[in-house]
Design a protein around this ligand. Structure first.
Ligand code: PLP
Length: 452
């Protein structure tokens, strides 16, 4: 039997088109255009099967914080696989890698988050949130507290509960919603700010939460879920006034704060967690992606002492778990990734070297005639492309067309960026050097000129 590595690029594309349904892909368009076949990665670079090289401006899918091809992780996983390839963590069982990783996570994450529930992905982490939040209020004798408030353009994953918590209208339209989720306006000043200053708008957008709690009734609201910076929604960086006001509302109202750190966690915003950047005290904190730098699938929910005490002391068995929760090989990959990040001071490098340097370049892109807003925090950013720079409110007629075109130009130039509506977004590996940032900036400049 033939295995994929022995096939030519054309054969791989043919086999793939015949049998493989990709995530978030227009299948007809894929069949017409053929898939890109990525074969190898090293540092910030990827190569396809024809030998073309690409700068990975999206760190895979917002996850390879340390870059591609780190041998130490392969070795750590190999060691773990030869010792114990699999056992579960159900029914009062554990293994050394899961125990050690839970200790490291309790140490690294913000104060008060001392427990972790392991999952395989961010989506499963958010499904866990959905069930744990409701269980928590039941245990406290408040079963009416069921509704979770999320935000439009929020993304929390693709499982049934996670897609409902997210605010992607297209996802809801294709497969329906689950009851008990409510969405509010996101802190997206560029689109929704109108005549307000970013600071005024930040407060207004945060008070959307207060208005929603009043409308739904505090006795019915279980939690508010939000990403510190909305990633897949278009890198929506909230005005500085937003999170302090959300903090005030959450402390005055009897609801849980769930901070989805699947993208912002593990250094992306220049601190270990977005919660550190915005001074948040999550009750629950989903994590994934950067936890293993994507080397193996693993996620989890960090659970605060407040929630854990109730679940442990008042609850019985929590009827929830995944066969691969705390998979030994995935835990070994995460432990080695976190060791590298700590030993090599990857987060400090992002905060003090890479992010300030790229942010300088970003501000220069803000001057380009096609760019209506250039925003960036840590190493995650967006360039809003507009038809008429002096008028912030004007948009291209066919939303998404120019963003897609720019993304494709970028790919043609050897740089992987993503298009969200008409924004070009970037989230590169945190280990980028100044020279690599210079190379990337050149490609972005060319992409903007090509699109203009
Ligand atoms: N939460 C956020 C903020 C995400 O960006 C994502 C994925 O992009 C998820 C959750 C879902 O994670 P996964 O794709 O690992 O299920």
């Amino acid at each position: 039997m033939n295995h994929a590595p022995n096939l030519s690029t054309a054969d791989i594309q043919r086999v793939d088109a015949a049998h493989h349904l990709h995530p978030f892909t227009d299948y007809k368009a894929l069949n017409a255009e053929k898939s890109r076949v990525i074969a190898r990665g090293d540092g910030i670079w990827l190569w396809d099967t024809d030998g073309n090289r690409f700068l990975d401006g999206m760190a895979g899918l917002w996850c390879t914080q340390i870059g591609h091809g780190r041998r130490e992780i392969a070795d750590a996983v190999h060691r773990q696989m030869t010792e114990l390839e699999y056992y579960n963590t159900f029914f009062k069982t554990t293994h050394p890698a899961a125990a050690k990783l839970s200790e490291v996570l309790a140490e690294l994450t913000p104060e008060g988050l001392n427990h972790v529930f392991f999952t395989n992905s961010g989506s499963e982490a958010n499904d866990t949130v959905f069930r744990m939040v409701r269980y928590y209020w039941q245990l406290l004798g408040k079963p009416s507290k069921q509704v979770i408030i999320g935000r439009n353009y929020g993304y929390h994953g693709s499982t049934v509960a996670a897609s409902a918590l997210g605010g992607m209208a297209g996802m809801h339209a294709q497969a329906g919603m689950v009851p008990g989720v409510h969405h509010i306006t996101p802190p997206y000043w560029f689109d929704y700010g109108g005549d307000m200053s970013p600071e005024e708008f930040g407060v207004w957008a945060a008070r959307e939460l207060e208005r929603a709690i009043d409308e739904l009734g505090e006795d019915n609201v279980a939690a508010f879920i939000a990403e510190p910076i909305q990633g897949a929604g278009g890198v929506l960086i909230p005005p500085e006034t937003y999170w302090p006001e959300i903090r005030r509302i959450c402390s005055e109202r009897d609801i849980l704060l769930v901070v989805d750190e699947v993208i912002c966690g593990f250094g992306r915003t220049g601190n270990w967690f977005g919660s550190d950047t915005y001074d948040l005290k999550p009750d629950l904190m989903p994590i994934a992606k950067g936890l293993s730098s994507g080397y193996l699938p693993i996620g989890g929910v960090m659970v605060s002492d407040r929630v854990a005490e109730v679940v442990i002391e008042k609850g019985g068995e929590f009827y929830h778990g995944y066969t691969y929760s705390g998979h030994p090989a995935a835990c070994a990959a995460a432990l080695e990734n976190l060791r590298i990040m700590r030993d090599e001071k990857v987060v400090e490098h992002c905060a003090n070297e890479a992010a300030p340097y790229l942010q300088q370049k970003w501000a220069e892109f803000g001057e380009h005639p096609l760019v209506g807003e250039a925003r960036m925090k840590g190493l995650v950013g967006a360039l809003e492309l507009v038809p008429n720079k002096p008028n912030r409110a004007e948009r291209f007629d066919n939303v998404g067309q120019v963003g897609t075109m720019a993304r494709d130009f970028s790919f043609g130039n050897g740089l992987i960026m993503r298009g969200v509506r008409d924004a070009l977004i970037i989230s590169p590996p945190l280990v980028m050097t100044r020279e690599e940032i210079d190379q990337m900036a050149k490609l972005i400049g060319k992409t903007l000129d090509d699109t203009y």
